[in-house]
Design a protein around this ligand. Sequence first.
Ligand SMILES: Cc1cc2nc3c(=O)[nH]c(=O)nc-3n(C[C@H](O)[C@H](O)[C@H](O)COP(=O)(O)OP(=O)(O)OC[C@H]3O[C@@H](n4cnc5c(N)ncnc54)[C@H](O)[C@@H]3O)c2cc1C
Ligand code: FES
Length: 267
Amino acid sequence: MEEAKINVLTAEIVKNEQITKDTWQMTLDPGFDFDVTNISPGQFVCLQPLASDSVMARPFSVSMISTFNCTFDILYRTVGKNTLQMRQLVKGQSIKFWGPLGNSEIIDPSPYEEVWLIGGGIGIAPLLFFEKVITEYQDHRARVFYGGKDINEMMNLDLITPEPVEIATEDGTLGFKGFITDLFSERIIMRLGKILVITCGPSPMMKKVAEICEQNNVDCYVILEKIMACGICVCLGCSIKTTQGMKRICHDGPIFNAKEVIWNELG
Ligand SMILES: Cc1cc2nc3c(=O)[nH]c(=O)nc-3n(C[C@H](O)[C@H](O)[C@H](O)COP(=O)(O)OP(=O)(O)OC[C@H]3O[C@@H](n4cnc5c(N)ncnc54)[C@H](O)[C@@H]3O)c2cc1C
Ligand code: FES
């Protein structure tokens, strides 16, 4: 079995700002030894506060890079021990990290007219980086859909991406009223040309996006998540059964062709 070597690095916190009730944006400067241009959209890093007494670092998708400042960003929701510690960190402090981890560059947008990025909740994080690469570096067209429960949960993406974003909230307090998958299924029938869909968010949402894509004969990739102990192919804790056999999300993923995913095996 091919195992990634772990190279624990330290990054300086450039920014750690609250952007919604429970979401923070952290900008990290990994120093000269680390080239942020080696990070591809969909990849993640494992982070661990220096003062953490937890044995496990935690995985977070890279949500943006700055080639100018040589920094990378993550967006994180505070849900437990590590993320609560992370939100206490201030500019100038350091954090342990390793990565980038996960598969990369398996998605070629060139055969498609547009790439549609469908994010639910914090699942929007890796899609913002995809959008930047697709539009700026690959000179391709991208369209972003972002859904959540209500206005309080939604990030102001105008501050993060200059591109227009189509928004849905379940209670209608922002944008379209309903699930983001309802908005997506309305839009997909009006598509012009061949599109590619990439989605990240809660499993039921991604499953629905994958079903809509299949019904409309549209290619779809999903970015999967599972609780990870090592992030480097050692513990097998992130193994899932796919139509192509057993796969590890930390190594073979987190990006998978939706056709490979057996949704009721994800747990
Ligand atoms: C590849 C990958 C990329 C991720 N990217 C992001 C990101 O960009 N932003 C972000 O906010 N989170 C992301 N996550 C989830 C993030 O890793 C967890 O929220 C984090 O590990 C929680 O750590 P904690 O110590 O604060 O919480 P814990 O105390 O470990 O857990 C608190 C609660 O969250 C649940 N939980 C923990 N990890 C996960 C998980 N992976 N999936 C579902 N539930 C979980 C636990 O079961 C528990 O109920 C990603 C996970 C993976 C696998
Ligand atoms: S997280 Fe340990 S093998 Fe994937």
